[in-house]
Ligand binder design. Structure first.
Ligand SMILES: [Zn+2]
Length: 262
């Protein structure tokens, strides 16, 4: 097993209606016809994965101009982004520099995960992403088809894209990218087989832990395919059981602290 260390990079937080987190929140019943629900703060974070063969950045967060027109106004109204700063500033706060990054792994290409890719434009830093995600993102960003959560302004850069395909791939020793579609078509979980333990950066397979642990789906607007999502939950559960792995979800309030404790 490789000696792999993890450092969370805090990228601000999304403030969202909790109805996005769980599909059943906010639905009335006979006894509670008008339930209350709140807006909750969910962290956006990236991870520096220090591997013997490369320093890998997992996800790149949101574009620093999300509030200033980079994100569509209706999107920003629903997913308000506090503490949004350029990637290099947040990396610096975590003790790293952009030039330290040898490779990027994108869990998927939604706007709160791919907004920092421009920092690697014109470099030869490989950007790993699943082919199905890349294709769907390109269609979505350039046409009215697909999903509004992909922005051309995040993706239209001179980048060294490396497309991975199929169910599993291993860009680095003891680092496996596992296709876990559902939230998006080409989402990959990053499985890190470390000397001390196994960690799965599951990304937005779970927006928060409750989606995964309690099998409670997110709102339908955050599920490209609910059926695929449930299948991916099963595969994630198998991985967790087999390796006694720690699963870190995409925006759980405790995710950055969990990463710091590993
Ligand atoms: Zn996300």
């Amino acid at each position: 097993m490789a000696d792999i260390s993890l450092t969370p990079v805090r990228r601000g937080r999304l403030v969202v209606d909790e109805g996005y987190l769980f599909e059943d929140v906010g639905l009335g019943t006979a006894s509670t016809p008008d339930p209350t629900h709140e807006r909750v703060a969910c962290p956006v974070y990236n991870v520096v994965v220090e591997h013997p063969d490369a320093t890998v950045l997992w996800d790149t967060g949101s574009h620093p101009d999300a509030a200033d027109g980079h994100w569509p106004a209706a999107m920003y109204d629903a997913f308000t982004h506090e503490g949004c700063r350029p990637l290099d500033e947040d990396l610096d706060a975590a003790g790293y520099d952009l030039v330290d990054v040898d490779a990027v792994v994108q869990s998927h290409l939604h706007l709160d995960h791919a907004g920092g890719l421009g920092a690697f434009a014109g470099t030869d830093v490989p950007v790993y992403v699943h082919r199905e995600e890349f294709e769907f993102a390109c269609v979505s960003a350039r046409t009215d088809a697909g999903d509004a959560a992909y922005l051309a302004g995040d993706l239209d850069h001179d980048l060294n894209w490396r497309l991975v395909t199929g169910e599993r791939s291993a860009p680095f020793r003891d680092v496996e990218l596992v296709h876990l579609p559902g939230h998006s078509p080409g989402l990959v979980g990053t499985v890190l087989y470390r000397e001390s333990d196994t960690v799965i950066l599951a990304g937005d397979v779970g927006f928060v832990d409750g989606n995964v642990d309690d099998r409670r789906p997110m709102d339908g607007s955050l599920l490209w395919s609910k059926r695929d999502w449930f299948d991916s939950l099963d595969r994630l559960a198998d991985l967790r059981r087999r390796h006694d792995a720690t699963v870190v979800t995409g925006h759980d309030p405790d995710a950055p602290a969990l990463l710091e404790s590993l």
